[in-house]
Write a protein of this length. Structure first.
Ligand SMILES: C[S@@+](CC[C@H](N)C(=O)[O-])C[C@H]1O[C@@H](n2cnc3c(N)ncnc32)[C@H](O)[C@@H]1O
Ligand SMILES: *[C@@H]1O[C@H](CO)[C@@H](O)[C@H](O)[C@H]1NC(C)=O
Ligand SMILES: *[C@@H]1O[C@H](CO)[C@@H](O)[C@H](O)[C@H]1NC(C)=O
Ligand SMILES: *[C@@H]1O[C@H](CO)[C@@H](O)[C@H](O)[C@H]1NC(C)=O
Ligand SMILES: *[C@@H]1O[C@H](CO)[C@@H](O)[C@H](O)[C@H]1NC(C)=O
Length: 502
């Protein structure tokens, strides 16, 4: 397949692009160049991701605020490190960016300009990085062996449309509520289109590509579909590549956000957020978001970290792998959830053992009900958890019971004065109410607004105050009158607390 990579350079040269110093050399010995990497990250955690980049790669990242994107420069010798970042979902190398692209009024003019743009972009370095990345991949031995018989057969148009549904970014399990995808429709004005173009040649040597357009903004005269189609057509003509929706070598990204236009080449084939999870549940949280939540509470050596509603264990597992100096306890009341967590842990342990690592993961799993944890008072340093939103999991009505009892029990087990909690929930109203009634056991430090599978959710960083548990009128009242609490989620009035229930 190296002929294919050579092809990229050849095409380049043929088309008369200014060649970079290394474009004719083997990339493994090629000159080191500086390029800009773009990364999609969980919305709201852009700063956390930037922090990680600074810490692990040493670059200062530019943050595209609240858009789930960051950009940072690297030299190509650091390319492999980029794939080891824990906060990034997808990676790409930037070909060109326009902060203030002046779109023409009419659709025709705009699309024509996009077509003209394709041949004027500085593609060389980005293609070089894409090639280098392939070399890395081959070295790692992760390369997928294509089925050539199939790849050569020409797909009928209907097949192409169908396969568009199962684009490599979307794995079959991609149904989880907590799984937002960069491709998901976030606002009515944003959309995504992966444009496949008519196949022109049957030459297996020709580079196959596709264009994916992500568009957000309400002032565009065109759709992402049209942009991908016309821009893609021009790219095809320029490089003489072949369009292929599913078996592409290169994915060209056209990201349009209002007036900002960024053209890139993808460096990930699937989102990195599924790493290390093998048994998925209905609401498995993306590892990248788990990582962001864990970072918020800065785990220290020998900290005891609890996830009392662990589901498939995504949070404690990410913690045990990335912040392995702490000790984790994962619990859930659902036996399916507990067994998934155990399976996920076993899977990683096995992989570690195969690699010759003798140490087990610092994590235990327990089945429990969180309103009565078998955990000593004031013994936990950090709680990191993802509460049932009341949509896929539980119900809004149940939350009015669950949230207060959960916060109270967490306040009991958490160390007064130093304990922390990081809690993700979409039921913000219920959560805020519950916090306000905790008799000052918890103090809200910071809220990160995130997008979880298209739902607006909050990640609350709480600090356990020095107040002793069980000594304030509120928590005594609450634990006695628990079932008198709100039974109606739409009722916001304090007085409902006084209404006898049943
Ligand atoms: C949003 S899910 C957590 C998903 C998890 N973060 C993951 O990645 O798989 C909430 C979990 O809370 C659990 N749960 C609900 N009520 C509970 C209770 N009273 N005690 C313990 N766990 C409970 C549910 O079984 C569910 O697995
Ligand atoms: C780039 O390299 C990484 C790490 O080796 C690999 O996982 C990924 O699939 C490669 N991306 C592409 C587009 O080949
Ligand atoms: C390739 O795919 C065809 C059709 O699905 C199958 O019959 C064949 O065994 C496959 N070959 C390899 C090498 O996987
Ligand atoms: C977790 O996943 C990453 C990415 O696939 C991998 O490099 C790493 O080895 C995994 N960690 C463990 C402990 O298996
Ligand atoms: C909940 O509130 C709604 C609207 O205020 C009301 O129609 C409904 O009857 C209430 N349900 C209960 C169980 O109190």
């Amino acid at each position: 397949m190296s002929s294919l990579e050579d092809e990229a350079v050849e095409q380049n040269t043929v088309e008369g692009l200014t060649s970079s110093p290394s474009s004719d050399t083997d990339t493994s010995t090629g000159a080191i160049i500086t390029i800009t990497i773009g990364a999609t990250v969980p919305t709201g955690f852009e700063h956390t991701a930037a922090e990680e980049v600074k810490e692990k790669i040493g670059s200062d990242a530019r943050i595209s605020k609240d858009r789930g994107r960051i950009y940072f420069p690297i030299t190509t010798d650091k390319l492999f490190q980029v794939h080891l970042l824990c906060s990034v979902d997808n990676l790409f190398v930037v070909v060109a960016e326009f902060d203030c692209y002046q779109f023409k009024e009419s659709k025709e003019e705009t699309l024509k300009e996009l077509q003209e743009l394709a041949s004027t972009l500085p593609w060389t370095n980005a293609l070089e990085v894409w090639r280098l990345n392939r070399t890395l991949k081959k070295k790692k031995g992760h390369r997928k062996v294509g089925n050539t018989t199939r790849a050569k057969s020409k797909a009928a148009p209907s097949d192409v449309a169908a396969s568009a549904e199962a684009a490599p970014h979307k794995l079959p399990q991609e149904t989880s509520l907590a799984d937002s995808d960069t491709k998901s429709v976030v606002t009515p004005d944003s959309e995504t289109c992966q444009q496949d173009l008519e196949e022109t040649a049957n030459d297996a040597k020709v580079i196959k590509f596709r264009v994916t357009c992500n568009r957000a903004g309400d002032k565009h005269s065109f759709s992402s579909n049209e942009a991908a189609r016309d821009f893609g057509g021009a790219v095809q003509e320029f490089f003489q590549w072949k369009a292929d929706m599913t078996k592409f070598d290169i994915e060209v990204l056209l990201n349009i956000h209002n007036e900002e236009v960024v053209i890139g080449i993808a460096l990930t084939e699937e989102s990195l957020h599924r790493r290390n999870i093998s048994h998925f549940g209905p609401t498995t949280l993306r590892s990248t978001l788990c990582y962001g939540m864990l970072r918020l509470c800065k785990p220290q050596e020998s900290d005891i970290i609890l996830d009392p509603m662990c589901g498939t264990g995504a949070i404690p597992l990410e913690g045990a792998i990335e912040f392995g100096e702490s000790f984790y306890i994962a619990g859930d009341n659902n036996d399916m959830a507990v067994s998934r967590t155990v399976n996920n842990i076993c899977h990683i342990q096995k992989r570690r053992a195969e690699k010759g690592s003798p140490s087990g993961l610092p994590i235990d799993t327990v089945q429990w009900d969180l309103s009565n944890l078998p955990v000593r008072t004031s013994s936990v340093d950090i709680i990191v958890t993802d509460m049932p939103f009341g949509k896929r999991m539980g119900s809004r009505k149940k939350n009015w019971d669950l949230y207060p009892s959960c916060l109270r029990e967490m306040a009991r087990v958490c160390r007064p004065g130093s304990g922390k909690a990081v809690i993700l929930t979409q039921d913000k109203k219920c959560f805020t109410k519950a916090i306000s009634r905790m008799g000052g056991l918890w103090r809200k430090l910071h809220t990160v607004w995130v997008n979880v599978g298209g739902l607006h959710a909050g990640v609350y960083l709480l600090k356990r105050t020095a107040a002793m548990f069980g000594q304030t009128p509120e928590d005594i009242y609450e634990s006695r009158g628990r079932s008198d609490a709100h039974m109606n989620e739409t009722d916001d009035k304090e007085s409902s607390e006084l209404q006898p229930n049943v």
